[in-house]
Design a protein. Sequence first.
Length: 196
Amino acid sequence: MAFNFGGVSPTATPEPTNASRRRRSWAGRLADRRLCPVAVADLLGLATQDVAEAMRGAGSTRPVSLFQANAWIVGAETAPGWLVLILNIADLHDPGRASLVAAHQRRMYALHQDVWEAFGTGQKIKGTERVAIAARIAFESLSEFASTRGNISRLGPNELAALAWAGIDPSDKSTWFVADPDDSEIVWFPTADDAF
């Protein structure tokens, strides 16, 4: 006697139910958001899913920080190839998006100038974006300081103020540690005794 399984083999994988589809899509969205947070996708003017798919396609497994996205938009750092591709596609589909990105670039440049001037005048730095920019300036100043092998005369007053803001004393080598604003890892700059 033959059984009728409705044209489906009894060993075939059953079709997923709506509940399992929702779970899978929810898990996929969480994975996308871990790789590219919503704030980063909003800043880039792209969908979180699109950014995460492009990152996975390029083999990038490190989450994108808001600071990195700002640097890519302003042009302070070169954007990775996977991002350039999806930004170009997005610009083709929505020409108004390019003007929003340009407005954001102008705003971030103005904020950078404000922070730079605040270091020069000794003003306090307030606000999340300004603190992030100040951290980047301090990190770059420490990089410059380390590249000159501890020669303080090669730094300007604003760079010295940025180092002081970050708690770095050029004469005290034990303070030559700093957290990289891009990935929050501790970065150690070698002293003259260690590597030069």
